[in-house]
Design a protein around this ligand. Sequence first.
Ligand SMILES: C[S@@+](CC[C@H](N)C(=O)[O-])C[C@H]1O[C@@H](n2cnc3c(N)ncnc32)[C@H](O)[C@@H]1O
Length: 234
Amino acid sequence: MKVDVLTLFPAMFAGPLDESIIRRAREAGRLELVINDLREWTHDRHRTVDDEPYGGGPGMVLKPEPVFEAIEDLAGAETRVVLMTPQGRPFEQAVARELSVHGHLLLVCGSYEGYDERIRSLAHDELSIGDYVLTNGALPAMVVIDAVARLLPGVLGDDASSAEESFSEGLLEYPQYTRPAEFKGMKVPKVLLSGNHAEIAKWRREQAAQRTAERRPDLLKDKNEDSEEKKDDS
Ligand SMILES: C[S@@+](CC[C@H](N)C(=O)[O-])C[C@H]1O[C@@H](n2cnc3c(N)ncnc32)[C@H](O)[C@@H]1O
């Protein structure tokens, strides 16, 4: 997959995407990442990308011209153009899965007070990483890249790890343990030491359901509503 990012702050991307799994994905050519500076698409001496809002009000607004020009240059027929914005649809694991099947993403990061509204007409999708407002779209874009890249084939050592983890089945993940079998008086549940795969799978399903009910009952409600909808459709 190729991911282009359009941002006013390319330097923010150095570091988080140069480590660990994402670094290896890039080195292996599974993820090609290009960070583009929006100012490259300005034509005046001051490299202006923002202006005052019509109608007055605080802050500055991203001008349409450089963003339009940049998207026209960077996007092809197959590109999924995604605007990072707190007004977007919530970014969740299911959305990461959706994005992971595209060959080319172009993530557009806003700053200041936000975008000239006409910029939205170029986007296939608008995503929010949560109900809070950050100073610019670089961190949200990095969150999206990280979550999507780990779903690409071959990026995680074992592709099953992403199939079983939290949110993949609409549930939180079951509790995990590693050696030692007893630590400071706390014991690993016997079933996990039993070698009985059917019993282990059953225990994990029950624990995942219980944990989700305790911590995120909203996920169970969504899951039940989904299965009701599927029944109605059939
Ligand atoms: C200060 S915010 C602008 C917020 C805008 N005035 C509003 O109320 O919707 C500047 C930029 O940061 C990014 N941003 C901030 N919070 C975000 C979030 N929760 N999810 C995605 N992007 C966000 C967006 O790219 C946004 O255009």
